[in-house]
Design a protein around this ligand. Structure first.
Ligand code: UT7
Length: 329
């Protein structure tokens, strides 16, 4: 028996008010509500205001997580932020949120693992807590994907939305134990989802802007196959690593990239009824790193877990990166 067990003691999320519907998209690109609904399951996504950035959304989600954990920002030792769309390349969004929260004693850093970011951060926070290095860690995912979405490219612009999620992880207090996390990556397939310019490889120039290289580029079909394969395998490895079977799982929260991807993974869970596979994809689209964090917060607020119930999280994204994690009630 481990002496310290990392637990999620509070969660929060934030979605901007502005809704972008499929019929709004029909007016922007050559698409249809019918195509988007049948191919992705999406109906709506949220879009941040022009002056609302990843740090603002992350701060709002963090305040809700602190409130639900009933601890103050001054008690946080470390702030970890996952984002594809940080306010700046530097300083980190974590530092901006640290300042906004007044979390004076918190060390702060961003971590980049694309849509798998939330799971990567849960894993890091678990290690920091269980090693005894830190007592309270704030994990945040915050995305303003609308600024890196090309609204002239119908194959990607229908997919993405903005939003943030957060949780407080601690060794003390009541909460959801982070029982096991399994992570993976394959950099050989880095080109499958990429924002080509804006980094040191291709700094911003008039040419990169003219070529629309500051937007998400994705090989949709290949990514779809990889997403199903990697998340299925991650779930299996994670269950085996925890010596559990699917019968021990009460809820599955997959990355909300596409309803068809979620359904393909769900098929592998013969005993888990479809109403136990939590979906937000229809109303928020794909919010990258924030996706499973937003779904987790909504699940816990709408369906409080009974003692002994377990949640299986799984995510996949650019890198490629993937993972799965088990949370115990
Ligand atoms: O979060 C990171 C992980 N991301 C993902 O996991 C996303 C994975 N990929 C997907 O979800 C799907 O591949 C997409 C939703 C991106 C695309 O769906 P698809 O069923 O793979 O469609 P497709 O790319 O094979 O395109 C089929 C047809 C094409 O037309 P033709 O060539 O058959 O005439 C596309 O041009 O659908 C067309 N199309 C559209 N039509 C109407 C593509 N986008 C649209 C659109 N509206 N928005």
């Amino acid at each position: 028996m481990k002496s310290r067990q990392a637990k999620i003691i509070g969660t929060g999320s934030y979605l901007p008010e502005k809704v972008l519907t499929n019929s709004d998209l029909e007016k922007i690109v050559d698409t249809s509500d019918e195509w988007i609904t049948t191919r992705t399951g999406m109906k709506e996504r949220r879009i941040a205001q022009a002056d609302e950035f990843a740090s603002h959304m992350g701060t709002k989600a963090a305040l809700r997580a602190l409130e639900s954990a009933k601890i103050s920002a001054s008690e946080i030792d470390f702030i970890l932020v996952a984002s594809l769309t940080p306010d700046y390349v530097f300083p980190s969004t974590a530092c901006l949120i640290q300042s906004a929260l007044g979390a004076k004693k918190a060390a702060s850093a961003d971590v980049q693992a694309a849509c798998t970011g939330y799971l990567y951060l849960l894993s890091m926070a678990k290690a920091f807590i269980e090693s005894g290095q830190y007592k309270n860690i704030l994990v945040i995912a915050a995305e303003k994907l609308s600024v890196i979405t090309n609204y002239k490219d119908r194959s990607t612009c229908v997919l993405f939305g903005d939003g943030a999620a957060a949780c407080v992880i601690s060794a003390e207090g009541k909460g959801l134990a982070i029982e096991n996390i399994q992570l993976g990556a394959d950099g050989d397939l880095a080109e499958l989802i990429v924002m080509p310019a804006g980094g040191s490889r291709k700094p911003a120039s008039a040419e990169t802007v003219a070529n629309c290289e500051h937007f998400i580029k994705m090989a949709g079909n290949e990514v779809f196959k990889q997403a199903v394969r990697r998340m299925e395998a991650a779930c299996k490895d994670c269950l085996e690593g925890a010596r559990l079977t699917e019968n021990d799982i009460s809820w599955l929260i997959p990355h909300q990239a596409n309803s068809r991807i979620i359904d393909a993974i769900a098929k592998r869970f013969e005993h888990l009824p479809s109403e136990r596979i939590f979906k937000t994809v229809q109303k928020y689209g794909n919010t990258s790193a924030s996706s499973i964090g937003i779904a987790l917060d909504e699940l816990l607020r709408t369906h409080p877990l009974k003692s002994g119930e377990k949640i299986l999280l799984t995510a996949f994204g650019a890198g490629l990166t993937w993972g799965a994690g088990i949370l115990g009630g």
